[in-house]
Design a protein around this ligand. Structure first.
Ligand SMILES: Cc1cc2nc3c(=O)[nH]c(=O)nc-3n(C[C@H](O)[C@H](O)[C@H](O)COP(=O)(O)OP(=O)(O)OC[C@H]3O[C@@H](n4cnc5c(N)ncnc54)[C@H](O)[C@@H]3O)c2cc1C
Length: 429
């Protein structure tokens, strides 16, 4: 029922074909110049701010915030111990219409716009709960299926992924190849019309719980460059020879079920190939800007969250007969942090705008990812410092935010690789 209601609401205002921002003349509160940017808002996490959003987005954001407050925050500590969130959570998110938002309704998705997807990324960051791998599932895995998959694959996977009954993952990285993806060894060889998959993958987010995983494999060893001999496959849990190894023990994002996989002569039917044979690397290059945009937006949102946590803390913490916030050095530090966060927010919002009209290029997405995730780590460092010893205690949200920030400069392509991509554009004639 909730899903249907949301789908209805989203169709009204967020359908891909229709412009998401209603003209200011129609409603003074829906989009437009009068909305405050975060720099002028009371809090960086306030609902009703930022010109890219509209009143309808605000209503949606309120419901998403409530979802994280009621269905995620109370259980997250338990999930951190378990190293995974519950399956029930995925189904609840499906019922609430939070999965596959930016997937067209004719493909079985919710049919909402990119900004609505971004609201889910941002609200998750504001909840300080990194366990649920919703953005990876909805905005990384599902688009591969709808863009490159056959009608049969779309019909088979998308509705159950939107319902949270089938969890998606993507496995590119291998123990011996991460940044250099062209160095992967996992391979699929033809056997009649089937494929036989062998190899291993590591650091797979949603890996332990996933029901389907997009596996990147070499399909032509003789190609004139490795990039021309890579294909994507949809591998399903339970297939003979598909073995999930361990849930990996990470220093942060502890409720996220990151796993390793082994493939031992997994027989895949022809219908498991995603898109065209040997086009896999090209598809990856097409989809990486969105992955990096998600990381950028979650990074700046996490920074906004940490800033507000810290502002509250220093305003009540006493030292030398006054509050820590009364100290001028602390005030200057907060001023620096707020300025950096708001400047980054402006850039990331402009990337969201560009991506909505499909104009976000690889180098610009790389700049956003590198800049915002670096900022997140600086903010985490400074905000923890402003909490003193209590900031080092797990019971304080800033401690979790600090360790969870660390991976953001690593996955989705390390920030060194981001600089490579940016530099290539600079020197390219
Ligand atoms: C928690 C977590 C979740 C992840 N989730 C997924 C997932 O779902 N799916 C998936 O496929 N992968 C995932 N990854 C993998 C992630 O994308 C890789 O770890 C990352 O791309 C780096 O690869 P690597 O670990 O092999 O490091 P390496 O490539 O070995 O890099 C080591 C160091 O060398 C530097 N370096 C390498 N090449 C260059 C260069 N050309 N110039 C300058 N410096 C360079 C790197 O920046 C890094 O500092 C995840 C990783 C983590 C930690």
């Amino acid at each position: 029922m909730a899903t249907r209601l949301l789908r209805g609401t989203l169709r009204l205002w967020g359908g891909r074909a229709a412009p998401c921002l209603p003209p200011a003349s129609r409603c003074s509160h829906s989009g437009g110049e009068e909305r405050l940017e975060t720099s002028s808002a009371k809090k960086l996490t306030d609902i009703g701010t930022r010109r890219i959003f509209s009143l309808q987005h605000d209503i949606f954001r309120e419901s998403v915030r409530k979802f994280f407050q009621e269905e995620v925050i109370p259980f997250h500590a338990e999930w951190e111990k378990a190293g995974e969130v519950s399956r029930e959570l995925w189904e609840k998110a499906g019922k609430q219409g939070l999965l596959g938002i930016n997937i067209a309704d004719h493909h079985g998705g919710i049919g909402g716009d990119l900004y609505s997807s971004a609201i889910v990324w941002e609200e998750q960051a504001y909840s300080n709960c990194t366990g649920p791998g919703f953005s990876l599932h909805s905005d990384i895995v599902m688009p591969y299926i709808t863009k490159y998959g056959s009608e049969e694959q779309i019909k088979h996977f998308i509705p159950k992924m939107v319902a949270g009954k089938c969890i998606g993952a993507i496995a590119m990285t291998e123990p011996g190849a991460g940044s250099d993806l062209q160095g992967i060894r996992t391979n699929a060889k033809k056997d009649g019309s089937d494929w036989i998959l062998n190899g291993s993958k590591v650091f797979v987010s949603n890996g332990w719980l996933c029901d389907t995983v997009i596996v990147v494999a070499v399909t032509n060893q003789e190609a004139h460059s490795p990039a021309h001999g890579i294909s994507l496959f949809l591998v399903e849990n339970g297939m003979k020879g598909f073995i999930k190894g361990r849930k990996l023990d990470k220093i942060g994002i502890k409720a996220q079920d990151t796993a390793e996989f082994f493939f031992e002569d997994v027989r895949l039917p022809a219908g498991a190939l995603l898109g065209e044979e040997n086009k896999g690397f090209h598809y990856l290059m097409q989809e990486l800007p969105q992955e990096r945009l998600i990381i950028s937006d979650t990074a700046v949102s996490a920074s906004e969250f940490m800033f507000e946590e810290t502002r509250d803390y220093v305003k009540q913490r006493k030292a030398f007969g006054k509050t820590v916030a009364d100290l001028q050095t602390v005030q200057h530090k907060l001023a620096e942090l707020k300025t950096s966060i708001c400047v980054t927010r402006a850039f990331v919002d402009s990337c969201l705008q560009l991506h909505r009209v499909k104009r976000l290029d690889l180098a610009t997405a790389a700049m956003a990812k590198y800049w915002a995730s670096d900022l997140q780590n600086r903010v985490a460092y400074d905000c923890l410092q402003l909490h003193g010893g209590w900031g080092y205690m797990w019971e304080y949200p800033i401690a979790k935010a600090y360790v969870d920030a660390r991976v953001q400069t690593i996955y989705g392509g390390t920030n060194e690789i981001m600089k490579e991509l940016i530099a290539r554009e600079i020197i390219h004639d």
